[in-house]
Every structure is written in C-alpha cells, then in structure tokens.
Design a protein around this ligand. Structure first.
Ligand code: GRF
Length: 216
C-alpha cells in the first residue's frame, strides 16, 4: 500500500475526489496525512470526516520561505510518503522539497501548460478568447508549474462565462487527478531519474502524455 501526503490550502475538492477513489478501491493507497498552511482550509474538515490525520503548518508563523519549507520537509519526512500530492497548495516551494522528493511529488494546475503558469489562468483564457482550456498534472520541479508533464485534460471553452468554466475545470480535475494518482501507485507512471522524462507503461499517449478531451 502506497503512502500519500496531500498538501492543501483551501476547499480540498480534489482531496475529496482522491479520498473517494481510495474508498472505491481504485487507488491502492492510504493518505497518511493532509497538511495545510491554513487552519481554516475546508479540506481539513473533509480529511477529519474521512478519519485522516491532519497537520497545520501556518506560513504566517515563519520568517522566511526557507524556514517554512524546512519545517514542511521535516514534517513530510516523519510520515515517509511514497507520493506527495499538491492539491491546491497555494505556496511557491523553494527547491528543497522538489529536489529531495524528485519523482515523488506532483501538482495539478488549471491551464494547459506551458500556457499560463501562475495565477488567474481562467481570466487569461477568457481575455485571450482561447478556444480550449484545461488542466495539467506534472511532477514538481524547482521551476514553478514547470516540471515534467504527465497528463492534460482538455475542454472546449464554448465561450462560457468564467463561473461555468471554473466548474467544468474542477469536474475534470476530479476525474483526471485520481486516475493519474492511481497509475503512479500502480507504477504505470514514473519519472526516469536518468533523463527527467516521464515513463508510461500500458497507457495510450497523445503528444507524449496522457491527454484526454472531456465533455464535462
Ligand atoms: C484547483 O483548481 C487546482 O487546479 C489548483 O487549485 C485548485 C484547488 O481546488 N491548483 P480544491 O482545493 O481541490 O477544491
């Protein structure tokens, strides 16, 4: 059984989707801890409802990003995870954790990377009248939203208003993130350390990644 740590800052709807996929037996793993930088994150309640250990590491109690990440790394170390899942963790990491846990830490980002790293991706899609929008799941590297791509989910924007677009993006996240986590736990997806390339076993690829067009 793989050991997963989930890092959150907010609502935790992706966390919820992961919990449900574990409960259904689709992901062979145990969430050994949910860590939040915000004590008010609703995801902490979701974790408690599922009897999952939680830990709050409030960034406001630290003087620098380095000190915070040092403490976060120490906490992660205690739990000795096979995989760290960033699910709406709204902190930019220093290189410490991505370097130490290379190939063992993943993130989900609401854009078709390399388009629109950082914040406000939906606004950018709308302002640029993009015909497609989507999500990207990647191994985390020291470069913000820049690590090796694993998967993308794509939707037609259909000139939707932002609220609907965000809703559709979330629906897609709740399908694709658990699937990728399942494949990583089954060792069908992993990072080749020799060349930093993502390896896929028995998975149909498009443009070299797991790419799915959704009708959500
Ligand atoms: C998601 O949209 C994810 O792409 C981004 O943060 C959001 C987290 O949502 N990184 P939730 O907390 O899982 O509901």
């Amino acid at each position: 059984m793989k050991r997963i740590i989930v890092l959150i800052s907010g609502s935790g709807s992706n966390l919820q989707a992961i919990i449900e996929n574990i409960n259904l037996g689709l992901i062979q793993a145990e969430i050994v801890e949910v860590i939040s930088n915000d004590q008010n994150a609703y995801g902490l309640i979701r974790a408690k409802n599922a009897n999952i250990d939680t830990f709050v590491l409030d960034h406001k109690s630290f003087n620098s990003r380095d000190e915070y990440d040092d403490a976060l790394e120490k906490r992660i170390q205690i739990k000795n995870p096979d995989l760290i899942v960033m699910a709406g963790f709204m902190r930019i990491l220093t290189p410490l954790i991505p370097t130490k846990y290379k190939g063992k830490i993943i993130n989900i980002h609401p854009s078709l990377l390399p388009l629109y790293p950082g914040l406000n991706t939906h606004e950018k899609v709308i302002n640029n009248s993009d015909k497609e929008h989507g999500i990207s799941i990647h191994f985390v590297s020291p470069v913000l939203d820049g690590g090796p791509l694993i998967a993308q989910g794509v939707i037609d924007t259909n000139d939707n208003l932002i609220e609907l677009l965000i809703k559709r993006i979330h629906s897609m996240e709740h399908l694709l993130y658990p699937l990728v986590i399942q494949y990583i736990c089954e060792e069908k997806i992993y990072l080749e350390h020799s060349n930093d390339k993502v390896a896929f076993k028995d998975i149909e690829l498009t443009d070299g990644i797991l790419k799915i067009k959704y009708n959500v």
